[in-house]
Design a binder for this molecule. Structure first.
Ligand SMILES: [Zn+2]
Length: 109
């Protein structure tokens, strides 16, 4: 399917989405039914992957109307470490679970 532009002599420009095999030099205007001539434009060729287009569109939409998030969305990965969390901050030091004696990395003599 491709999108083609047509210009009605009485109304305005309109788009028609149809297969290339069904393309005719004129198309009936959806408003008045008159024969509208095709408008030739530069082809809109995709030069980047579809996912990149979606990311660019999402970034543009976010710049205009950013979505405000007040909590971690369901299904979002939780922090794996308990050392620090953006929700709870630093984990408290639990002296009872700390092994007695000097740290094992310290030299012994
Ligand atoms: Zn028309």
């Amino acid at each position: 399917m491709a999108t083609y532009l047509f210009r009605c002599p009485d109304c305005s420009v309109f788009e028609v989405v149809q297969p290339m095999a069904a393309l005719r030099p004129t198309s009936p205007c959806p408003a008045c039914g008159a024969d509208a001539a095709r408008v030739y434009t530069a082809p809109a060729l995709a030069t980047v992957p579809t996912g990149t287009h979606r990311a660019i569109d999402a970034a543009d939409a976010s710049a205009e109307t950013p979505q405000v998030v007040r909590s971690i969305p369901n299904g979002a990965p939780r922090p794996r470490s308990r050392r620090w969390s953006p929700v709870t901050g630093p984990a408290p030091v639990n002296a009872a679970r700390r092994p007695a004696g000097p740290h094992p990395s310290l030299p012994r003599w």
